[in-house]
Design a protein around this ligand. Structure first.
Ligand SMILES: [Zn+2]
Length: 267
């Protein structure tokens, strides 16, 4: 388990690193640490949710993902499961390597890596404000609209809500992939949220940002009917965030790293 991720881009930090600092066991340990951190970050509870990173083994594309039915506090590096991408999107011929089964939500992680070259890390949580908003018919239909300019953190003018389907099903994966078209995050009806990134730290930071937006939108809805920013203004925000950097998420999150106590993303 010592294959580095070419070209030595660390899947946790997104930084270029020496191969010795990016072994599979190091990445497995960081994945567990990230999963445990979700509760302290206020974006998850208990053993709900799951995290993964893209991880090649030689020429074989795959992912490392947290296991099914094991509390994060009891999870060790050997409990993390490697899943091959060889089967392709939407197939049941899952190829796994591990002593445990992958998370029951492995399908949308797997399908995102197959379909999205920009996805190197995926975070799925039952963040309370995201889950609560995703129960409202208006949010299920319209998502979180541009009530605040940081909605652009998800990659567009709004944050979509994927329609409901039973957890672990191909139907849910298909809904999530559609809601994430041109986006880095979405809500999931009657369920939670999902965020992806170029590395696990930026995906986690985005998940924290989306939960802050969901909490603030819920508060605004209690006070009245929020006014919305125009499409033209949201396009200006998106342009400003993407103009100078290759990774717009880094720019978005570096713009206000301290205002809400969030962890800054390495830039
Ligand atoms: Zn879930």
């Amino acid at each position: 388990m010592t294959q580095p991720l070419p070209p030595f881009m660390h899947p946790i930090t997104g930084m270029v690193c020496e191969p010795a600092a990016c072994t599979e066991d190091v990445v497995r340990a960081s994945l567990i640490e990230a999963a445990r951190s979700m509760q302290q970050l206020g974006i998850n509870h208990g053993s709900a949710g799951n995290v993964s990173v893209r991880w090649h083994r030689g020429a074989a594309d795959g992912m490392l993902i947290t296991p099914s039915a094991l509390p994060y506090e009891q999870c060790g590096v050997d409990d993390i499961v490697w899943v091959s991408m060889a089967a392709g999107q939407g197939t049941a011929a899952l190829q796994v390597d591990g002593v445990r089964q992958p998370s029951s939500e492995w399908r949308f992680h797997h399908d995102l890596y197959v379909r999205r070259a920009d996805a190197r890390a995926v975070v799925h949580t039952h963040a309370p404000h995201c889950a609560a908003l995703a129960c409202l018919p208006q949010v299920q239909q319209q998502g979180i609209p541009a009530f605040h300019y940081m909605v652009a953190a998800a990659g567009g003018r709004d944050i979509r809500c994927a329609p409901y389907a039973t957890f672990g099903t191909q139907a849910l994966s298909d809904h999530v992939l559609a809601a994430l078209t041109d986006r880095r995050a979405c809500l999931m009806a009657h369920h939670g949220m999902i965020a992806l990134g170029g590395a696990l730290e930026s995906a986690l930071a985005l998940a924290v940002e989306i939960e802050w937006l969901a909490r603030t939108y819920a508060l605004a809805l209690q006070l009245g009917t929020p006014a919305l920013l125009s499409d033209a203004e949201m396009d200006r925000v998106l342009d400003r965030f993407t103009r100078y950097r290759a990774d717009p998420l880094d720019d978005l999150l570096a713009a206000e790293p301290d205002a809400h106590g969030r962890t800054a993303v390495p830039s």
